[in-house]
Design a protein around this ligand. Sequence first.
Ligand SMILES: C[S@@+](CC[C@H](N)C(=O)[O-])C[C@H]1O[C@@H](n2cnc3c(N)ncnc32)[C@H](O)[C@@H]1O
Length: 220
Amino acid sequence: MLPAVDPSVNHLREYLEGLLPADDALLQALVRETYSLTQHPRMLGDRWLCAFLEMTLIGRTAPRVLELGTFTGYTTLRLARAAGTSGHVTTLESSPLHADIAAKYFAAAGLEERITLLRGEACTLLATFPTTPSFDLIFIDADKAEYPRYLELTLPLLRVGGMLVADNVLWGGKTADPTLHDLRTEALRRFNQTVLSHPALRATLLPAGDGVVVATRCAE
Ligand SMILES: C[S@@+](CC[C@H](N)C(=O)[O-])C[C@H]1O[C@@H](n2cnc3c(N)ncnc32)[C@H](O)[C@@H]1O
């Protein structure tokens, strides 16, 4: 098991990065633009996590993916490519700047038809979705304070056999520190507890990166 990686341990990061296939020119341009135009470029999806998310789509017919928190579209693009020509990604983003950058790269990649970018607060948008289990992969990566609500709103949308993945659930170690009680830390604790004990899910928390919850829907 990969231990949680302190992002300040650069040689470890570089080693991990070196093991993964390099990004193509379009993704490299997206990363450069993210660093030059956005305030928190480190929110870009980890490449090792993208590789894992892509693997969850292998063998699925016309996979449908839902992402909460597009940022500048790095993970979205990788998932849209992995989902193939019959697949589709729906991604939700509240920041107009982030959504604008993402939209530009979705067009540049020629993937506008296979990606639906919805602009606005994720909870508000999710409340308008038909509550049918139609997604094979749900990736939760938006506002940490809303993770428990995201779970309530997205679980009815997940197919049996589908996977729910949530990033940053260790929140820099805060969720494991009993002296901390801020809004986001408490919300993430509730989320982790609920997912890992949910009767309709088989779930685990991988202590990799900033902590990743991985759950499979095993019952209606
Ligand atoms: C960690 S980044 C997402 C990274 C992206 N999934 C990736 O892997 O490259 C979180 C994103 O969620 C967006 N966000 C934060 N709160 C949100 C909300 N309530 N509704 C929708 N998006 C939100 C932020 O603007 C930010 O772009």
